[in-house]
Design a protein around this ligand. Structure first.
Ligand code: BEZ
Ligand code: FE
Length: 298
């Protein structure tokens, strides 16, 4: 290295050291470790790409736009985390190390707490347009025992690829809360999931376009399952054969979560009803990991 370059590198390094020193007395040890690592990686990144003033301004404008778009109905920062794979990496970092448990995936921005209770076997579509789909399975523990009474939150998009919360008004459709029977069994009707784009009319969508990526997610149904003594499971069931399974915009697909949807025309459904026209059915068991005293809410 020539003397001038050596001096420039030393000056850059001195800035990083000064910033690290300023944060070194952070009282909380976890926050201290996080800030040390964050500053180290952030500064190394800026040095590595030789960040220009104009790029720094573009990044600030990008984040400002994300902030202005974010409200209680739209969370652009979570979308950014999703398309950068940070959400899925965080899921993996926090997954229980329990063989046999159903794999977890991203929560996504469309979960609503306190969804209406639906009786077992009921229809949580509540008027959402789409092909009726009967979904059933069993909630089990990794030791094979049934988890009777487990609470299931289920939500999915309609055939136009939209969740109820993306429509104006408060109508709740395509979501509901059910309790598994004493044998852990669950069953309900909803609409057959179809692939849909994540909201891509903001910075996250612009980033995808600029990087030659698409906004599509493969067809899926969301589940959140809670039961005493078990880790809460947040996952999806994906529909086998979807053309987007290998390029999910948010990296959420796990092979073990891909399930065949059987297609039917008329006939008799698993609940004995006789649907008119086309309908579908999916069945899959969900296996919960035991909770060995993990942090609350996990
Ligand atoms: C979803 O599956 O609902 C979703 C996940 C991440 C980003 C956008 C939507
Ligand atoms: Fe979704």
């Amino acid at each position: 290295m020539s003397g001038a370059h050596e001096n420039a590198a030393e000056r850059e390094r001195a800035i990083t050291e000064e910033v690290l020193a300023a944060f070194s007395a952070t009282p909380d040890p976890r926050l201290r470790a996080i800030m040390r690592s964050l500053i180290g990686h952030l500064h190394a990144f800026a040095r590595e790409v030789r960040l220009t003033d104009r790029e720094w301004q573009t990044a600030i404008a990008f984040l400002t736009r994300a902030g202005h778009l974010t409200d209680e109905r739209r969370q652009e920062f979570i979308l950014l985390s999703d398309v950068l794979g940070l959400s899925m990496l965080t899921v993996a970092l926090n997954a229980p190390d329990t063989p046999g448990a159903t794999e977890a995936t991203v929560l996504g921005p469309f979960f609503v707490d306190d969804a209406p209770e639906i009786p077992l076997g009921g229809d949580l579509a509540q008027g959402a347009p789409g092909t009726p789909c009967h979904v059933s399975g069993r909630i089990r523990s990794t030791d094979g025992s049934p988890v009777g009474g487990a609470l299931l939150d289920v939500w999915g998009a309609d055939e136009d690829g939209l969740y109820d919360v993306q429509y104006p008004g408060e109508h709740c459709a395509g979501r509901g809360r059910l309790r598994a029977d004493p044998d852990g069994g669950f069953r309900f009707w909803t609409v057959l999931p179809t692939p849909y784009p994540i909201p891509h009319d903001g910075p996250a969508g612009d980033l995808l376009t600029a990087c030659g990526r698409g906004p599509m997610r493969p067809a899926h149904l969301h589940f959140k399952v809670t039961a005493p003594g078990h880790r809460t499971l947040i996952t999806h069931l994906f529909v086998a054969g979807d053309p987007h399974l290998d390029r999910d915009a948010v990296f959420g697909v796990r092979d073990s979560l891909v399930v065949e949807a059987e297609h039917h025309e008329g006939g008799t459904a698993p609940d004995g009803s006789q649907p008119r026209g086309a309908w579908a059915s999916m069945t899959h068991d969900l296996v919960l990991a035991p909770d060995h005293g993990s942090a609350p809410g996990r």
